[in-house]
Design a protein around this ligand. Structure first.
Ligand SMILES: O=C(O)CCC(=O)C(=O)O
Ligand SMILES: [Fe+2]
Length: 228
């Protein structure tokens, strides 16, 4: 795929990026379906990222005072997709964004960025740079972990600013990008109490992904639709 939102009427401006997107789990492409230059490395990288994802989910489960297997048992390491982004240098960066403000509509995202920078997260209403650290990966909580944790984990609003001088690359691995899954996810029962009633109604990845897809990246959170 090339630019996601070039022809979407609902987005304020097309993101200044071209992307190569593929679903990896549960139905990985055949080697012939990949461009020859990146097929093998994408599959190898996905395997390693999946292992990392499973370990992260153990820690995230413990962070919620749940058994360490809890989130893995809920299939949160499943439904992997990989989005490889290329942000060309932009002659008029003030007119657009590399990627428009959004939160990821998955469980969580493992992100690899190069040394250029440009990624920002919204923290206390201020855009804060996420400077590249050699050898480091970025982990973003997605909307589904916010919903399941009943707001204990918050999905992060982020964006990428366009750059006048140099191009940039990143690879985002989305866990929970299963457009076919009709398994219901709501706030985890063990976390709820009289003092902590559910803040969201349950939904499926299928429903959520199709809502986001039709809504486009327009700077508003899709979670609002599910708020009780
Ligand atoms: O390029 C980046 O650093 C972030 C990309 C991103 O947020 C996304 O593709 O969801
Ligand atoms: Fe993102």
């Amino acid at each position: 795929m090339s630019n996601f939102d070039l022809y979407r009427p609902c987005v304020p401006a097309a993101s200044w990026r071209d992307s190569l997107f593929c679903f990896i789990d549960p139905n990985p492409p055949t080697p012939q379906e990949f461009p020859t230059v990146c097929g093998e490395i994408l599959m190898d990288f996905s395997k390693d990222v999946t292992k990392l994802g499973c370990s992260l989910l153990e820690l995230l489960s413990e962070g919620l005072d749940l058994d360490h297997c809890h989130l893995n048992d809920m299939d949160c390491a499943k439904g992997l997709s990989v989005l490889s982004n290329y942000y060309p240098s932009c002659p008029q960066p003030e007119l657009t964004m590399g990627t428009i403000q959004h939160s990821d509509g998955d469980f969580f995202t493992v992100l690899l960025q190069d040394e250029i920078g440009g990624l920002q997260v919204l923290h206390q209403n201020q855009w804060v740079n996420v400077p590249p650290i050699p050898g480091a990966l970025i982990v973003n909580i997605g909307d589904f972990l916010q919903l399941m944790s009943n707001d204990k984990y918050l999905s992060v609003e982020h964006r990428v600013i366009a750059n006048k001088d140099v191009s940039r690359m990143s690879v985002a691995c989305f866990f929970g990008d299963n457009v076919q899954s009709s398994k219901l996810y709501g706030p985890i029962t063990e976390l709820l109490s009289e003092d902590n009633p559910p803040k969201y109604r349950a939904t499926t990845l299928k429903d959520y992904r199709s809502y986001i897809y039709n809504k486009g990246i327009d700077g508003t959170s899709a979670l609002l639709r599910y708020k009780i």
